[in-house]
Write a protein of this length. Structure first.
Length: 146
């Protein structure tokens, strides 16, 4: 939900602190992953409600984890970065409900059932929102590629 690595790390840290503090109160320990996703979603919403997001005016990105193999192609790397930016930009333009479902499915790897549990909605609604989000992204991205 956030395109800023430091903000995401802060949110993740807060979520795991809350998990540690509330671990004894969690009834179903088998569904900790769902608890974590719900807490992360709530923490992200709280962050954005409480603070105005700031854009890095210098466009600096964290490259600590960047490793290039011996056979990398710089043009492929540039194209992947460009595609990632286009996807992130287009995700900002779709409704929040669709963005949530898309992010949980594509980035979080959750099943339809897990997403419906996290968001408190019916599985068919999850499928519908995911389908709509994918269609919108494909339409926008196909126009941007042409």
């Amino acid at each position: 939900m956030t395109s800023d690595k430091l903000t995401a790390e802060d949110i993740a840290q807060n979520v795991f602190l809350k998990l540690f503090e509330n671990f004894e109160n969690i009834k179903d320990k088998n569904k900790i992953d769902i608890w974590v996703f719900i807490a992360a979603k709530n923490e992200a919403f709280n962050y954005y409600r409480g603070k105005a997001t700031k854009v890095d005016q210098f466009g600096v990105e964290d490259t600590d984890g960047l490793e290039l193999g011996s056979g990398f192609d710089l043009m492929d790397l540039i194209e992947l970065k460009d595609l990632k930016e286009k996807i992130e930009n287009e995700l900002e333009n779709i409704p929040l409900e669709q963005k949530e479902v898309f992010s949980l499915k594509e980035f979080g790897g959750l099943s339809y059932y897990e997403i419906s549990s996290v968001l408190g909605i019916d599985e068919n609604l999850v499928r519908s929102r995911l389908h709509s989000a994918r269609e919108k992204l494909m339409t926008k991205l196909s126009k941007a590629v042409k």
